[in-house]
Design a binder for this molecule. Structure first.
Ligand code: GTP
Ligand code: MG
Length: 199
């Protein structure tokens, strides 16, 4: 898919405020600082579309971007940022889970995981909760450029093995870099296919 247009639509504090047009929608979620906003910018080829930061906790609202005037890409706040005040953390987690559970046009959730890290319980639990709520998701391993090639392969194998301890099948998995653009086309292709399913 070629991205012809990418437009910021709005930031919402709850799912009720989200855009009312019933277009196919895809959300990026994952721990704070994993690279959600950066990947959105790289995929859309627009450096400043979504706000990024080297400090975790940058994205705090539900941000809708309209792509090719056909579908929405949603940048969500990260979970699991330890230094955030507990009240704010709880509020954001509630906002995210309410959005995920109630947004009717949300076709797929992309769960972002840092390709450098070993499987973390918080991410495994998050994916388990999605499955229990019957929400479709894919995995995106981020920051591939920060690994040596061999290291990346080992980490991916280890991660997939861990997942297969509790899952019969792996969800679709993508390996990406917002520096090099690795994996971006594959993600856009999978979105194209999902868009077609509901046409
Ligand atoms: P929150 O909004 O705080 O939850 O973070 P986020 O997941 O949106 O992360 P963000 O895109 O803001 O990126 C966090 C930091 O990681 C920034 O300093 C980015 O430049 C860096 N980063 C993100 N993706 C990549 C990548 O693929 N490669 C490298 N080398 N750095 C990356
Ligand atoms: Mg962000």
């Amino acid at each position: 898919m070629i991205i012809k247009s990418a437009e910021f639509i709005k930031s919402s504090t709850n799912y009720q405020q989200c855009p009312t047009k019933e277009l196919p929608e895809y959300a990026f979620i994952g721990r704070s600082n994993v690279g959600k906003s950066s990947l959105i910018n790289k995929m859309c080829n627009r450096a400043k579309l979504a706000k990024t930061s080297s400090t975790p906790g940058k994205t705090q609202l539900i941000n809708h971007f309209l792509i090719n005037e056909e579908w929405y890409l949603v940048d969500l706040p990260g979970y699991g940022y330890a230094k955030m005040p507990i009240k704010l953390k709880q509020k954001m987690e509630k906002m995210i889970s309410q959005y995920l559970l109630n947004r009717k046009n949300l076709l797929n959730i992309f769960v972002l995981l840092d390709s450098r890290h070993k499987p973390q319980q918080i991410d495994l639990d998050f994916m388990m909760n999605l499955a229990e709520s019957q929400l479709a998701f894919s995995i995106i391993f981020t920051k591939a450029d920060k690994n040596k090639k061999r290291e990346l392969q080992n980490n991916m194998e280890h991660y997939k093995k861990t997942l297969l301890e509790s899952w019969e099948e792996l969800p679709p998995c993508f390996i990406t870099s917002s520096e090099t653009g690795l994996g971006n086309e594959e993600i856009l292709y999978s979105i194209t296919q999902m868009n077609k399913l509901i046409e």
